[in-house]
Design a protein around this ligand. Sequence first.
Ligand SMILES: Nc1ncnc2c1ncn2[C@@H]1O[C@H](COP(=O)(O)OP(=O)(O)OP(=O)(O)O)[C@@H](O)[C@H]1O
Ligand SMILES: [Mg+2]
Length: 810
Amino acid sequence: MANEFVSVIKPTATKASNGEGHSYPVLPVRETVLFPHAVLPLTVGRTSSIQLIQSLGEEKTILVVAQKDARQDQPDGGDLYDIGTRATVHKVVKMPNQSLFVFTEGTERVKITGFTQTEPFMTAQCEVIEENDTEESPEAEALQRNVLGQFQTIVTSSSTLSDDLQTIAINIEDPSRLADFIASSLPFLSTTDKQDLLETSDVKARLEKLNNSLAKELEVQQLRNKIQSEVQDSVQQSQRDYYLREQMKAIQKELGDQDDTQKDIADLKEKIEAAGMTEDVKKDALKELGRLSRMNPAAADYSLTRNYVEWLAVLPWSKGSAGEVDIKKAGEILDEDHYGLNKVKDRILDYLSVRRLKPDMKGPILCFVGPPGVGKTSLGRSIARALGRKFSRISLGGMHDEAEIRGHRRTYIGALPGQIIQHLKRVEVNDPVFMLDEIDKLGRDFRGDPSSALLETLDPEQNNTFRDNYLDQPFDLSKVLFICTANQLDPIPAPLLDRMEIIELTGYTEEEKVNIAERYLIPRQVKENGLEPGMIEFPTASVGMIARHYTREAGVRRLEQLIGTVCRKLARKVAEGRKEKLVITPEVIREMLGGIKVRVDTEIAERTKRAGVAVGLAWTPAGGDVLFIEANKMKGKGGFNITGQIGDVMKESMQAALTWVRSNAASLGLDEDVLKDTDLHIHVPAGGIPKDGPSAGVTMATALVSLLTNTPIRPLLAMTGEITLSGNVLPVGGIKEKFLAAKRAGVRDVILPIDVKTNVEEDLTADQIDGMTIHYASRIEDVLAVALPKTEADVVEAEEVREEILAAAE
Ligand SMILES: Nc1ncnc2c1ncn2[C@@H]1O[C@H](COP(=O)(O)OP(=O)(O)OP(=O)(O)O)[C@@H](O)[C@H]1O
Ligand SMILES: [Mg+2]
């Protein structure tokens, strides 16, 4: 019947008279206890109770007593506690559901002394429980304050109790009333506890009990707060991250970033889908992309992951450019771009034909070997053009680190894919022509051996699953056409060399250079320097003069540079107002390029004036060159000396030459004892030429004989060949380069071993041989017969020729 509401004290409560002998109606209540001075609104629904309220006349005093068992619907006297509260009914409100709302105010504690009526409601007699006046001790005072303090703490930290309760409590001075007020205000006290407090008439004892209950409640409350905050903490931690992330998203969205990131990821996904990767690679790429999309764009490794995904996405996994290869057309394009080189072009076309007929052929890699400036790189470019493919040049010169070819692992700071993958990205197709330039200059040190990485790249057996360290995914390189270039073959590691088809390009003769210049170099330089073609004329003789006297090379690079210099000088004149055409005469050349720089023919003529000097021919990575060998003699004891930083093989062939000369002294017309008290010295001057190998044997023998017979050799004559102890002349290599070097130097007579005759006929064109006399020798006597003038007339004639050459140089 009695729901407890917040009870409010009514400070002006009047104290009812002592009720001895008087009977009062008894209102049993469930689960609540009315305290003196407290106002309690009670809902009354039981018929007996309603009748009780309705029977009240002038006198509105009743006894409010709690039921021992709240479940009892029809309690009798025995079901109620003995002690209750006498109360005044202030107001009765009828509720729509027939029940009544009764405002009661407790006045004092009473003890029921006997029931006087049970029907229709109970009435009973009672006696008021007197409260002993509490003596004012500091102890009591402290207790009271403690109770008040705890109550205040509870109210402050409770979310359901009104702060007004504090104010009221502070203003109650009477300890008994304070105890009753607090007891009736606390929702957490059980009915039993409340009843106990009501029954405790001793104020001090009541305060103590209350104090205990409050302390217990405080503890519970603190515990609850602690648990609450702990739970909150753990919830907050995860929520915090979530909120922050959400906030960040919101901020990014505000800034427009979010959209960008999302769009970026969508773009990448599209690219991955379109890249034509193999299923495995695609799966990995999408996995990485998924990781990326879950990452915070501001995170440090976001851009790393993004870069990686981007690399995967943009590589030409299956995009090719090549259509059918038209061999005829390819041939025309090669001819269009390069003069001469017919044999080279033929071999290139052979190679391309095979590739065309067997596209999946695991064929060798082309390798162009030859001196600088002979067109290796530009031939590669031309092949790409002929095939309709992209071209990219990868310079291997000075490359030390394996990672430059194959990349760094992704865990490495600043990691990038290697050159192969980088170039593939650049050309955007998987079948480009890759020119691996200067493969002979590949380095090797503690950072690893790039040649082994290169081997894996080039080897047709392995390169269909080429694995770059950075990508860590197999990439099929088998469609790439690799062309290597080198100046010489020696430094190329054998395993690489094994997989190559070597195509040699030797140097050009002066006529070829002039042709190349007239057809390609001059038009190009004229155009590049912004000149009108009609403004300049290079007569053929002038081009020849530049090639002969201003360059000393097998290729045409320096020649092109000089033509460029001439064009620039003219361009300046044009800019300064020159209108008329400039014809490049020898005078103009001298004016623009300075005096003649190279005069090998005069050098030869000059140096061979003296007996004991012979001209040899040497092969060098730059083509070939002439080589002077000087012999001299002095008084001594038959000693022998050789200088000029030469190798062992050359020293030995020198010994052979000397032995032959000594053993044939008589037939050479020498005094048998001539060498007895003479020391000989052979010197091979000029650096830059590798001075080793046997091919200078005949030259040294000739120099010695020239020295000992005091006969200068014929001018503009050069020779090469190995010599045996018995005087046979053996074949040597590099004939073509040596021959062309001799021709470039202005030599007119060349002595070669008889056994290279077929080489000469195969390798050299009639144009190249034109103007030269080749003498083949099988014995050293044959060499000497050509090299040394025999009769007086011969000597005079040689002198005349020499003078003529020297005069021309003046
Ligand atoms: N036969 C030729 N016809 C037309 N131009 C040529 C010919 N040979 C060389 N050239 C030109 O000479 C220049 C140098 O050639 P390129 O750069 O190909 O030399 P290279 O052999 O690669 O030299 P290096 O070994 O120094 O790299 C280029 O401009 C090239 O076009
Ligand atoms: Mg090159």
